[in-house]
Design a protein around this ligand. Structure first.
Ligand SMILES: *Cc1c(COP(=O)(O)O)cnc(C)c1O
Length: 404
């Protein structure tokens, strides 16, 4: 080994060396411009803070952008998932199949309806639901399939829609990671029976809290609108708007409405979605080039029929080629001020799911093995070129230090 490379600079920050950056770079964050602030303050000065004109305006613009007939806004992505599970008619005794490689909310929405989430393992390349594993777990009780577009890479949608068709199931795609992703040149939101999006600040479009369901089905759109508004029929609301007091609650719903304040922000953010997506794709390409010759990491796979939206850039550690485990690599990156994260602890490994359903580990070996290796690198559209280079420098520094 050449002695010249052993300088204080290559000493890991975790071992007392100088960190690659002075300040912590988060793994994700929103970007808010003056135009966004103006859009919000305009609403604050208007007559409508909620249930006003910005809601329909945002929904129509969003539906048009993804290429769906309807878009129904919700107060969060989780509320939107709950709405979709309701619109399917999930009830006690029903099962819905989903992936363990997701945020707990995807499976929780099935529980909200009193139905049972059943997991199927993922494909080793994309970590999206493996259609063969799904097919093996469909029973007479199965009512819905809930694929997730992990990290922004679209799920295997043709295969999943075909399974749904064959067994008479509804597909709720959780596209919280995948606003703007394309599957066979079609945008997510225009493919599944219902598609759910989240507007949490780390996602592609931020409204603070917020979510959306897109669908082409009139019956689903109607059910979603009632469900988010106490179960009040929208016809009655229209009558109310026309100056009448009469309205009817026809089912048990919730107040899951998104405010005009949030919708104005969403509309303003939607205008910048295309350049923001391009920036995420640029960052992903830069990472992929920079890390292509690192033996210690496996880069996120991209299938030929997919154009991912890159919510996350999850690398997997080739632990066989490293003298450290994920925990040590994670801590070393944090010490360099690179705000890495882990997505996800498989849902069935959470104490609530373990205790309620008796999972012991080992049920979903592909997802569980991936979890031991995953690290999400910083990925958000406002990252500067220097931020990107800092991540690359830190990853390379650590991979060199831990190479065997
Ligand atoms: C963010 C997210 C959600 C939940 O969205 P919220 O808006 O935070 O409620 C659901 N599923 C996945 C996969 C997510 O990443």
């Amino acid at each position: 080994m050449p002695v010249t490379t052993t300088t204080t600079q290559s000493l890991l920050a975790i071992d007392g060396g100088t960190p690659v950056r002075k300040t912590l770079l988060p793994y994700g964050r929103q970007s808010i411009g003056e135009d966004d602030i103006q859009a919000v303050t305009d609403v604050l000065r208007s007559d409508w803070l909620t249930t006003g004109p910005k809601v329909a305006e945002f929904e129509e613009a969003f539906a048009a952008w993804v290429g769906a007939r309807y878009a129904v806004s919700f107060s969060s992505g989780t509320a939107a998932l709950h709405g979709a599970a309701f619109a399917v008619g999930l009830k006690p005794g029903d099962e819905a199949l989903t992936t363990p490689m997701t945020f707990a909310a995807t499976a929780n929405c099935v529980l909200y309806q009193g139905a049972t989430p059943v997991f199927a393992d993922v494909s080793p390349d994309t970590l999206n639901l493996d259609p063969q594993q799904v097919a093996a777990r469909i029973t007479a009780r199965t009512r819905a399939l809930l694929p997730v577009d992990y990290a922004g890479h679209p799920a295997d949608l043709d295969a999943i829609m075909e399974l749904a068709e064959r067994h008479g199931l509804i597909v709720i795609e959780d596209a919280s990671h995948a606003l703007g992703a394309e599957y066979k040149h079609r945008r997510t939101g225009s493919i599944a029976h219902m598609t759910v999006f989240s507007f949490h600040p780390v996602k592609h479009l931020a409204t603070g809290e917020g979510g959306m369901v897109t669908t082409d089905r009139t019956d689903c759109a109607e059910a979603l609108r009632r469900f988010r508004n106490h179960g009040i029929s929208s016809d009655a609301r229209q009558r109310q708007a026309d100056g009448q007091w009469h309205y009817e609650m026809v089912l048990l719903g919730f107040n899951y409405r998104l405010t005009d304040i949030a919708c104005a922000l969403g509309l303003s953010q939607l205008k910048k979605l295309e350049p923001n997506l391009s920036r995420r794709r640029e960052i992903a390409a830069r990472y992929s080039t920079a890390f292509s010759d690192l033996a210690g990491v496996t880069l996120p796979a991209v299938r030929t029929d997919a154009n991912p939206a890159w919510h996350l850039y999850p690398i997997r550690l080739n632990l066989e080629k490293l003298s450290a485990d994920r925990r040590q690599v994670f801590r070393a990156l944090r010490a360099e001020n690179i705000g890495v994260n882990v997505h996800y602890i498989p849902v069935h490994r959470h104490p609530y799911y373990r205790e309620r359903f008796g999972y012991r580990g080992g049920e979903y070996p592909i997802a569980e093995d991936a979890y031991e290796r995953l690290i999400s690198l910083p990925m958000f559209h406002a990252m500067s070129d220097q931020d990107v280079e800092d991540v690359i420098t830190a990853v390379k520094k650590i991979m060199v230090a831990f190479a065997v």
